[in-house]
Design a protein around this ligand. Structure first.
Ligand SMILES: [Zn+2]
Length: 168
């Protein structure tokens, strides 16, 4: 893994070793798209065994819950599967920079790493907005790892929001 910026409190790395899991997350984002949900997918794996603990996609509309982002749902599933509110030694792979709510939830859950491809300049909470992991009130800072997906998930999100605008 290559370190990008050591001066920041939150360490940012670049790695594509999560390709297999990223593909799963992306497939879930595509499924969310087909369900007319904002296309985001997230997968949680155990670092030592690479076992997939949980996977989910954005389900705000179908669950009538503005909290049901892909990351929150994947966290809940992984915690109940491990019967543990802490997910040390686990990594989340997501197709989008987590929002402030999800970034904070990832910290509460003590995840070791958060991997994501698309940056969310408007609503992200890791590299943008409140930069949750650089806040003094954040007591667990996961490693932040960028995954280069050749803008695949950003294009899917753009396609989704363009189709919404056309429908007006
Ligand atoms: Zn979120």
């Amino acid at each position: 893994m290559k370190k990008l910026d050591s001066k920041k409190l939150c360490k940012i790395y670049v790695s594509n070793k999560y390709e297999l899991f990223y593909d799963l997350a992306y497939n879930l984002a595509e499924f969310a798209y087909s369900m007319d949900e904002v296309p985001v997918g997230a997968v949680i794996i155990k670092d030592d065994t690479h076992e997939v603990l949980s996977s989910s996609y954005n389900q705000m509309k179908s669950n009538k819950s503005s909290l049901d982002h892909a990351e929150i749902l994947a966290l809940r599933l992984a915690m109940s599967r491990l019967k543990n509110e802490r997910l040390n030694g686990c990594t989340m792979i997501s197709t989008l920079e987590p929002c402030p709510m999800c970034a904070q939830a990832i910290s509460f859950a003590r995840l070791s790493n958060i991997v994501f491809s698309a940056e969310d300049v408007k609503s992200g909470g890791v590299l943008n907005g409140p930069k949750i992991y650089e806040s003094s009130s954040c007591h667990h800072k996961p490693n932040v790892i960028r995954f280069d997906d050749n803008h695949k998930s950003r294009k899917l999100l753009q396609k989704f929001f363009e189709s919404k605008r056309k429908k007006g």
